[in-house]
Design a protein around this ligand. Structure first.
Ligand code: AMP
Length: 311
């Protein structure tokens, strides 16, 4: 099966308590695509400027990501985002957002991208997301992300788009903001009622929670001592989750649960270095070893306890 992702391809400037980088490859479609490429064939749809160099294209090439639908606007500049994290690495402080060529992004999908069975609408303007969804009427499973900016400025459009997809992958604060529900369990159910098959709520260092009609599943985050740069962790999670589903071509609760763990595994690698550096250098052996560790971390025996009369 193949998987199409539509979203930002960017240069990021990042500052965390562990260091600073002035210009690294970033963007939601980049982080998602790299992560998903370990599982399935990926088509990336986006736009970059003439300043996007061979070094950046090489990252996509190394992972056999199809970049035919990343439009190049010669003379234009690539989307630029600058963010800072303090010791609470769950919260990014946006310092600067320069949309550049991304301001006029009008995603046009080739037949190859349109025919993918799995589709991920990364965080872009909700009406554009809906337009892409409509270009892929035969997609079997469509997931989307969004962000606080769109929920506060274009909530009706966000809800309209949610109604056209199968799954949403958002963070806890966004789920609360979208539904005005303080409980994330109630929030998830309210979002499900918009017609979704699955809702995934990301909770940063506390892991991620999956809701389906019949199931509730929690994947922890991997207990890393040093989180260098959380940028792209959410997209990397979504890439592992969607990539695994696409590879399995199955949407049973059991497969969705394993997809949640693969999402957590991939996100845990992403945060170990700045930008895309760690996932770019990853191999399958490391992914599978960490997947096994997740099993050990969350396994327990189902032995009921009864206090004996003598105790
Ligand atoms: P995440 O940390 O998973 O939320 O994603 C971070 C990535 O999203 C960064 O690499 C940024 O380049 C990109 N990004 C930041 N702001 C926006 C925005 N307004 N629209 C699209 N992408 C963005």
């Amino acid at each position: 099966m193949s998987l199409t992702v539509v979203g930002s391809v960017a240069f990021d400037a990042l500052e965390t308590p562990f260091g600073k980088r002035d210009k690294v490859l970033g963007g939601a479609a980049t982080h998602f695509g790299l992560s998903a490429s370990f599982f399935t064939e990926v088509n990336a749809v986006g736009v970059v400027g003439g300043d996007f160099s061979e070094a950046e294209w090489d990252v996509f090439r190394r992972h056999q990501i199809n970049t035919g639908d990343i439009e190049v606007v010669n003379g234009g500049k690539t989307f630029f985002w600058s963010g800072r994290y303090d010791y609470d690495m769950n919260t990014a402080n946006s310092l600067d957002t320069q949309l550049n060529v991304f301001a006029n992004f009008d995603p046009k999908l080739s037949e190859n991208s349109k025919s993918a069975e799995f589709l991920f609408l990364a965080n872009i303007q909700p009406t554009l997301q809906k337009g892409v969804r409509e270009q892929c009427p035969n997609a079997k499973f469509v997931a989307m992300d969004t962000m606080n900016f769109w929920i506060s400025s274009a909530k009706d459009e966000v809800i309209d788009t949610i109604r056209t997809v199968d799954c949403i992958i958002i963070n806890d604060a966004e789920a609360r903001q979208l539904t005005d529900e303080p409980s994330i369990y109630k929030a998830a159910r309210a979002i499900m009622d918009l017609g979704l098959k699955a809702v995934v709520i990301k909770r940063g260092e506390y892991g991620a929670t999956l809701f389906t009609k019949d199931a509730y599943f929690v994947a922890p985050a991997y207990p890393l001592e040093s989180v260098f740069d959380p940028t792209g962790a959410g997209d990397t999670f979504a890439g592992g989750f969607m990539g695994y589903l696409s590879a399995q071509n199955d949407l049973s609760d059991e497969t969705l649960r394993r997809a949640m763990v693969y999402g957590s595994v991939m996100a845990s690698f992403n945060v170990e270095k700045f930008g895309t550096d760690r996932v770019d250098a990853l191999d399958h052996h490391e992914i599978n070893a960490r997947f096994k560790e997740f099993k050990q971390m969350t396994h327990f025996d189902d032995i009921p306890f009864e206090r004996s009369a003598a105790a």
